[in-house]
Design a protein around this ligand. Structure first.
Ligand code: HEM
Length: 128
């Protein structure tokens, strides 16, 4: 996986949108409308914000080769089953992040960038 291309995506996306959280959650709820109701108690967006920060830390940790992020993904994958997120749907959050960045980058989202994200997402999906 090309870590440089992932970092480049994060940088370009942040130049275009200071707070991508609403776009990312909108995409997640497009992919799985029934997940929106899981956040009804999150009236101030605090849980969604902290969840997204954890996702970004996982991405950054994985491209740096940190083993800690494997443990966080693995344990979250199973704890989320208890929140009503089936194990196989857990990765939709990372797919929503990828899709949102693809839209934000527009023509700057190259086939190479796409391949780097596919590698990253495949790696995450393989963490049990
Ligand atoms: C489709 C994917 C996902 C859905 C629908 C989802 C849903 C939720 C929900 C409903 C909560 C609140 C649970 C509660 O307090 O009762 C939560 C919390 C949390 N999620 Fe997710 N989640 C998803 C993916 C992820 C991913 C990929 C990560 C990162 C590894 C993650 C990390 C967290 C963390 C750290 C919290 C606790 C946040 C806090 O309370 O401060 N989630 N998630």
């Amino acid at each position: 996986m090309d870590a440089g291309l992932i970092l480049d995506t994060l940088e370009r996306a942040s130049e275009r949108c200071a707070d991508p959280a609403p776009l990312i959650y909108r995409r997640l709820f497009e992919l799985r409308p029934e997940f929106e109701s899981l956040f009804v108690m999150d009236t101030d967006g605090g849980v969604r914000g902290s969840m997204l920060t954890t996702c970004f830390n996982c991405i950054l940790g994985l491209i740096e080769g940190s083993a800690t992020q494997h443990v966080i993904i693995s344990s979250s994958r199973f704890s989320h089953d208890g929140y009503g997120v089936p194990v196989q749907d857990f990765d939709l959050m990372f797919i929503a992040i990828r899709d949102t960045f693809c839209s934000l980058l527009g023509p700057d989202w190259t086939p190479e960038t796409d391949a780097a994200w596919t590698d990253l997402l495949t790696g995450i999906a393989s963490i049990e």
